[in-house]
Design a protein around this ligand. Structure first.
Ligand SMILES: Nc1nc2c(ncn2[C@@H]2O[C@H](COP(=O)(O)OP(=O)(O)OP(=O)(O)O)[C@@H](O)[C@H]2O)c(=O)[nH]1
Ligand SMILES: [Mg+2]
Length: 203
């Protein structure tokens, strides 16, 4: 199975389980009250939508229900769908990379999706005709470099890597040099929790 087929299959799984959970809440629908809204909010959070966004969607839904005096199950469903679409309707999703090279330092707690996001960003930049270098500065977690290598090759990006356990700042230092030498447009740095921005700046 190709990469995009796999991705599509994964997304379909997520979508189906989300639909099922939402439908289950609506199955036991009696009236719109705080318990019902709490249940919906919980499903949004559990479905990877994120805490802040989920709370915002439910707050907007609550206000709309009050304002438009919505009571009917189908109308609540429709309003929820519209509020979710509204959140997704972001007009400017472009990356404003105004320097050459631009450096994107990706930080975040363990397992939050840093490396996957780097793969996606690199892919998109490459499609836009940018030359991309990625730095494997997560030198702590086992197989982190191999994981980034796969994403880099999919995107046709160059990767700067060193052996596991070396100082991440030194990888970033090398990567900046390589980025300049290759006259690349963007350097994306994959990090581990132990790496700090200050350390990179010092390095
Ligand atoms: N559902 C979902 N899963 C994701 C998403 N992004 C990444 N993942 C999955 O989450 C897991 C961790 O993703 P990584 O990209 O390895 O996360 P990371 O932050 O680099 O992890 P560490 O390097 O271990 O700190 C993987 O199984 C990914 O397939 C996403 O947007 N949605
Ligand atoms: Mg990672």
């Amino acid at each position: 199975m190709g990469f995009f087929e796999k991705l599509k299959q994964g997304m379909t799984k997520t979508k189906n389980s989300f639909d099922e959970k939402i439908n289950n809440v609506f199955k036991s629908f009696r009236k719109v009250d705080e318990d019902f809204l709490d249940e919906l909010e919980e499903i949004l959070i559990m479905s990877d939508i994120g805490m802040d966004t989920s709370v915002e969607i439910i707050n907007n839904l609550r206000n709309r229900i009050k304002k438009e005096k919505i009571q009917d199950e189908e109308d609540v469903k429709k309003a929820l769908r519209e509020e979710m679409q509204k959140i997704l309707d972001v007009t400017d999703i472009s990356l404003h990379l105004n320097t050459k090279p631009s450096v994107i330092l990706v930080v975040g707690v363990n397992g939050v999706g840093k490396t996957t996001s780097i793969g996606k960003i690199a892919n998109r930049l490459a499609k836009d005709g940018k030359k991309v270098v990625v730095a494997a500065a997560d030198t702590f977690r086992a197989a982190a470099v191999e994981q980034l290598e796969i994403w880099a090759s999919r995107a046709g990006a160059d990767i700067v890597k060193r052996e596991e356990g070396v100082d991440p700042a030194s990888v970033v230092y090398d990567a900046i040099r390589v980025t300049r030498e290759k006259n690349a447009d963007v350097l994306i740095v994959d990090t581990a929790r132990k790496i700090t921005q200050q350390k990179i700046l010092d390095g």
